[in-house]
Design a protein around this ligand. Structure first.
Ligand SMILES: [Zn+2]
Ligand SMILES: [Zn+2]
Length: 169
């Protein structure tokens, strides 16, 4: 049995890790979920964009099964959930597609048929493996000093063992 001090390596995982944010695709990796998550909320004012992003994040976003009627052109041209104005109208009239008000649009509607490639966010969340996961980094220096003690330890034990043998006799 080792009586080494200051080198307690924890093998169990940290109990409470807040490293992961809420993810709505944790248990739902369907194509539809991914499609909704990747949705670009264009043609919306700041408030409506936030509302829809919130809906997406917390699984409150229900995709439209069929186009809705646009309040401007009165055609069934609204293809996005919760929108009341179709994209051509919102673009033309400079309105928020959800609340129908003349607000500042966060992401302008791209009327070109091909969707612009959305660059993946460069938030690099790689773990810092350089430290080898050791939490006792500050004790590494002191363990060097203890290493000298450790060298003596087996000898001491041997001597003690001999004593025990002698007293045993
Ligand atoms: Zn319209
Ligand atoms: Zn709005």
């Amino acid at each position: 049995m080792s009586s080494q001090r200051g080198n307690v390596s924890r093998t169990r995982a940290q109990r409470h890790q807040n490293a992961q944010v809420f993810r709505n695709d944790k248990y739902d990796s369907s194509a539809q979920r991914k499609k909704i998550n990747a949705k670009l909320h264009e043609g919306l004012c700041q408030h409506c964009k936030e509302v829809l992003e919130w809906r997406v994040k917390f699984n409150k976003y229900k995709p439209l099964t069929r186009p809705k009627k646009c309040v401007k052109c009165l055609q069934k041209t609204v293809k996005d959930s919760y929108h009341v104005v179709c994209k051509p109208c919102a673009c033309e009239l400079d309105l928020c597609a959800k609340c129908g008000k003349k607000e500042e649009i966060v992401i302008p509607i791209q009327m070109s048929p091909e969707k612009p490639e959305k660059e993946p966010s460069a938030t690099d969340t790689r773990r810092n493996n350089a430290r080898g996961g050791s939490q006792e980094g500050s004790e590494l220096n002191s363990s060097d000093l203890e290493g000298e003690e450790e060298e003596l330890d087996p000898l001491v034990k041997q001597v003690e063992g001999l004593k025990m043998q002698r007293t045993g006799n």
